[in-house]
Write a protein that binds this ligand. Structure first.
Ligand SMILES: *[C@@H]1O[C@H](CO)[C@@H](O)[C@H](O)[C@H]1NC(C)=O
Ligand SMILES: *[C@@H]1O[C@H](CO)[C@@H](O)[C@H](O)[C@H]1NC(C)=O
Ligand SMILES: *[C@@H]1O[C@H](CO)[C@@H](O)[C@H](O)[C@H]1NC(C)=O
Ligand SMILES: *[C@@H]1O[C@H](CO)[C@@H](O)[C@H](O)[C@H]1NC(C)=O
Length: 304
């Protein structure tokens, strides 16, 4: 109780803060499972090491009271370890994580639909959710996938409802692309003909690839007959932004804690190495005996 005697004002203030925290459902003072979340945890899946700010999606169980709605890492960086594949979701789509550069803060991803396919079909745009900490990295180049395009008859056969196929582009020819009257194309933006030609396509998708994987010649049969699959399998990179130093997460990280977030992407609390949650960074309260003294009080308040 020497703390109380020497700093009575500060102690009362801190108690009030803790009580306030307890009343609004703040996890401060709660214990969590340090084998699942927190500064000491890392996991390997699909040959990639995952540690903060990434977390395994099943790790939400670390803080029982907030199960299903808390994350022990940055929003959007949850990893589902499915067998030997590490899957990250962007929107509703699965991407396989092949590499993480923790220093450069980039993640290498491959569309799960493309993995293992020699003649892949792109079926969605990349959707980076707003709440996610991820952004397309500046190493990314872009291709455009024109899926299942129909073209009208050549000029002269009466009124053509659809424009003819521009002579400057060549359709994909491998796998199922070689069947039927419709054609699909994978083109760098510079090769996309201007005009109305793509009106008859069923869908158009933007396909991020590494900047150095763009084709030299998208008309080359080596590209159209399956060569295009290689850049797709190599995938692309997204980067994440470190928390800013001044916010609550920044303070948490500066005191060697890991930030937890809720489903809305808001900071929930700091996972401290000592196994306690704290909404205000790790070192200050956690090494004082005050925490232990105040815990029963919080439980009392919560049960009222
Ligand atoms: C989460 O999943 C990984 C990989 O499947 C497994 O090793 C780990 O034990 C799981 N953790 C929890 C808390 O279920
Ligand atoms: C979390 O979700 C599981 C399964 O959906 C449910 O059984 C459990 O009650 C939920 N826990 C909380 C704390 O909401
Ligand atoms: C895990 O992978 C298998 C085979 O790739 C797939 O069928 C299954 O849907 C995946 N599970 C989840 C939860 O994504
Ligand atoms: C995908 O993105 C491209 C380029 O931004 C856009 O033209 C196209 O309409 C999008 N496709 C879908 C299905 O949203």
């Amino acid at each position: 109780m020497s703390l109380l005697c020497h700093h009575p004002g500060r102690v009362v203030l801190r108690l009030l803060l803790l009580l306030f925290a307890a009343c609004r459902g703040d996890p401060t003072g709660d214990t969590y499972d340090t084998s699942v979340c927190g500064p000491r945890v890392s996991a390997t899946c699909g040959g990639v090491i995952f540690r903060y700010p990434f977390y395994l999606t099943n790790a939400t169980k670390a803080l029982p009271e907030y199960a299903n709605s808390s994350f022990c890492g940055y929003p959007g960086l949850g990893i589902l370890c499915n067998g030997s594949k590490a899957v990250l979701w962007l929107g509703n789509d699965d991407y396989v994580v092949s590499r993480i550069d923790y220093t450069g803060t980039t993640v290498s991803l491959t569309d799960a639909d493309v993995v293992g396919s020699s003649c892949p079909i792109v079926s969605h745009n990349v959707t980076i959710p707003q709440r996610s900490s991820l952004r397309l990295a500046n190493t990314v180049g872009n291709l455009l996938f024109f899926f299942s395009c129909a073209f009208g008859p050549p000029p002269g056969d009466g009124a053509a409802p659809k424009p003819p196929r521009p002579p400057s582009i060549k359709p994909l020819t491998c796998g199922s692309f070689d069947q039927g009257p419709r054609s699909s194309f994978l083109l760098p933006p510079v090769d996309v003909p201007s005009g109305e030609w793509s009106r008859g396509c069923e869908a158009i998708f933007s396909v991020p690839v590494l900047g150095d994987s763009l084709p030299v010649n998208a008309k080359d049969s080596a590209w159209t007959n399956g060569g295009y699959a290689e850049p797709l399998r190599k995938g692309f990179q997204v980067s994440w932004e470190r928390s800013s130093g001044s916010g609550r997460c920044g303070r948490c990280e500066q005191t060697s804690g890991n930030c937890g977030f809720n489903q809305d992407g808001q900071f929930l609390g700091c996972f401290c190495a000592n196994g306690l949650m704290d909404s205000d960074g790790c070192s200050k309260i956690s090494d004082s005996t005050l925490r232990l003294a105040s815990k029963p009080l919080i439980i009392l308040i919560k049960s009222l």
